[in-house]
Every structure is written in structure tokens, then in C-alpha cells.
Ligand binder design. Structure first.
Ligand code: SF4
Length: 375
């Protein structure tokens, strides 16, 4: 990346640089390559939020870096904490004024004392989303642009820094917020690579999950990718008729093709595939559809994540009632499918993807429309 001659232009975030690009930049600035590792340690493995805090890096290098790069890709606009304290949701702005959402979900130890506390970041990969799923607040917005690698990465780093002082530390990142990650393949995988690079954030590669609504060219690439991230599929319906209505991409890549691609991913990687299924009252939550889902997944090693829908203004679907969720869950489990019901996380802070950004924009427009009162 050429960061010279950027006076007046928006400077790229330092997280847009790969390890090699950071080394080259540091050497161009007249410093030995090992300084790049020191800089990376501050950016990726500390709580620092500015170049000034890099106390073991020469001041001249800090100044030169600040002239060429921004430390952060995002500017935090608002952050909400759910009443149970387990979900934090951030709305951040980008230099072009666009807004994106990211979420931190913290899971306590199980009630019987087993398992570990853990923290997962859900990161957006696009501003808006072109897939336009009919139950999704982000789908309502349409698509604006792809995020850069740094813009994706900084969402995880924001919560990673915060969690260093508020454990459990973030160990898991899911590319599943606003947008279809496989439509923005290169930037998403570059962000993933920097998260697992031991010289950068150093997370475990199997702690990263890429979620797709079924973009098969991207899924084929992911299957071949040397970076062994996990796969989640936003399924939401077990029949083409219903999925065509909920996830329009299904008309292009129907279930038969999607499932064949998932089988191929599993054959090549040996990894379990997660299927996300948002339960909507009277839409996709019947016992007959649960049995259809069992049939669809037969022969695959899967984990099904049932997600009670978060109600969204302007979207004509409602969450399934608890008895319907339980009945659906029971049918899957009776057929030996590993299945969990996601806790209703952060409903009080508009946790469905796209909801908080929409609300924040509405408030911003309202504030802008209020005439200034002169003293
Ligand atoms: S559910 Fe995901 S893929 Fe579908 S519109 Fe929303 S963000 Fe896009």
C-alpha cells in the first residue's frame, strides 16, 4: 500500500496493512524491520488506542506513522450495554460518514459449572447488504459499499482491547454482522489472516467463523482457502419455496446446490458446519419444517443454532413463541442433531443486525432537522 503523498486525502488505517506492508513502510521510514513487530504488538495486542502510547517505539517513527496512517479505522459513535450485561453493541462511523454495527457477546460458564466463560465478536463486512433477506433490518437498507480489511478488523480489535480489562478476553470472531462476508471475500479473509497471525492478534484459526447466506462462488473459494476458518450457513428455511421468500439469493443458488457445496466443504476440511435458523412465528417454525430440516441435513456433521427472531420495525415477522421453539428444538434433538437455542441476547439494545444503526441514523436525522436556537 502506498501511503506517501496522502496530505489532504483520508489516510488508511494501519490495520489495512499486511505484515509485509507494515515492514516495508517501517523500512521506508528509515527504521529496522523489527520495529514493525513492536508497532504490531501495540496495535493488535495491547489496550493502546493511539501511536503516542507506543512507548518503546522512537518518537520520530510514531510521528511518521501518524502522518501516513490513522491508528483506528472506525470512530465509535455510540455503544449500548444490554441489561443483563452480556451484550455490548457498538455503532461506529467511517471516514465517508457511513455507519456500521458490531456486537460483543459474552457467555458465562454453564449453570452446572462446566464449560468456560467466553466472548465472541460479531463483525460486519459491508455497509448494508445486497442480499436483502426479508426478515433482516440490514437487508432493508440495501447495499452501500464493502468494508476494507482494516475496517472489518478494527471492530474485533475495539472489543478485544476492551475485554483485556474486562475478561473474558475475546477469543472468537464471527464475520456475520451487516453484509454478506463472501461478497467481500478478500477483505474478510485479510482481516481473518491478521487476527490469527501470531505477530498480530494471534487468535486460534478455528475460533474464526465466516457466515454466508449461500454465495456459492465464495463458498467454493473458502473450501480451498489455506486459512482454515469455520463455516456457518444462514439457512432459515429447509425448502426452496420458503427460502426463496426469506433469502432471495436462494433463487440463484437453491438448496440442492448449497447443500452439495457444504458437503464438499466438510469433505475437504473435516470441519463441522453450523446452520443458523432464525425462528419466525408461523413462518418457518412448524414441526413439519423441523422434520424437513432433519432430512435436509442428513449425512452432514452439523450444529444447528436456533435463533429466536428479534422483532424489527417495518418487518412483518414476529418471534416464535417459546413452545414452538421448544418443539422445533426437540424434533431436531430426537433425530440426533446437535442443536442449541441462542439466548435472546440484547433484545433491549436492538441486537438484530442493522437495528441499532437504523435507530442511530433516525436520531441523527431528527437532531439535524431541529432548527438551531440562537442565544
Ligand atoms: S441476514 Fe445477512 S445476508 Fe441476509 S440481508 Fe441480513 S445481513 Fe444480508
Amino acid at each position: 500500500m502506498n501511503t506517501a503523498g496522502l496530505a489532504g486525502a483520508v489516510k488508511p488505517p494501519i490495520t489495512d496493512l499486511s505484515r509485509e506492508q507494515l515492514r516495508v513502510l517501517v523500512q521506508e521510514l528509515g527504521q529496522p524491520a523489527y520495529r514493525a513487530d513492536q508497532v504490531a504488538a501495540w496495535v493488535y495486542r495491547s489496550t493502546a488506542t493511539s501511536f503516542d502510547e507506543m512507548s518503546n517505539v522512537p518518537k520520530s517513527l510514531r510521528q511518521a506513522l501518524a502522518e501516513r496512517c490513522r491508528f483506528a479505522a472506525l470512530e465509535l459513535q455510540t455503544e449500548l450495554l444490554s441489561t443483563d450485561g452480556e451484550t455490548r453493541k457498538a455503532v461506529s462511523s467511517l471516514p465517508d460518514g457511513e455507519l456500521i454495527e458490531s456486537v460483543l457477546m459474552r457467555y458465562p460458564q454453564r449453570w452446572d459449572g462446566t464449560g468456560h466463560e467466553r466472548a465472541t465478536v460479531c463483525a460486519s463486512t459491508q455497509v448494508g447488504c445486497p442480499v436483502k433477506c426479508t426478515f433482516c433490518a440490514t437487508g432493508l437498507m440495501g447495499f452501500t459499499r464493502n468494508l476494507s480489511a482494516g475496517e472489518i478488523l478494527d471492530q474485533a480489535l475495539h472489543f478485544l482491547r476492551w475485554s483485556r480489562e474486562h475478561p473474558p478476553i475475546v477469543r472468537n470472531v464471527v464475520f456475520m454482522g451487516m453484509g454478506e462476508p463472501l461478497f467481500n471475500y478478500d477483505a474478510t479473509m485479510a482481516a481473518a489472516e491478521r487476527l490469527v497471525d501470531p505477530e498480530f492478534a494471534g487468535l486460534g484459526v478455528h475460533r474464526l467463523t465466516v457466515s454466508t447466506s449461500g454465495w456459492l462462488p465464495g463458498l467454493v473459494r473458502l473450501t480451498e482457502d489455506p486459512l482454515e476458518v469455520r463455516l456457518a450457513v444462514s439457512l432459515h428455511a429447509p425448502t426452496d419455496d420458503l427460502r426463496n421468500q426469506l433469502v432471495p439469493l436462494n433463487r440463484r443458488y437453491p438448496l440442492r446446490d448449497l447443500m452439495a457445496a457444504c458437503r464438499e466443504y466438510q469433505r475437504k476440511t473435516g470441519r463441522r458446519v453450523t446452520f443458523e435458523y432464525t425462528l419466525m412465528d408461523g413462518v418457518n417454525d412448524s414441526p413439519a419444517l423441523a422434520r424437513a430440516l432433519v432430512a435436509l441435513l442428513r449425512g452432514l456433521d452439523v450444529h444447528v443454532n436456533l435463533i429466536p427472531m428479534n422483532p424489527v420495525a417495518g418487518i412483518p415477522f414476529a418471534p416464535s413463541p417459546a413452545p414452538a421453539v421448544d418443539a422445533f428444538h426437540d424434533i431436531l434433538r430426537e433425530h440426533g442433531i446437535i442443536c442449541t437455542v441462542r439466548r435472546e441476547m440484547g433484545r433491549d439494545i436492538k441486537a438484530a443486525c442493522g437495528q441499532l444503526k437504523t435507530e442511530f441514523e433516525r436520531q441523527r436525522r431528527r437532531a439535524a432537522a431541529v432548527p438551531a436556537v440562537s442565544a
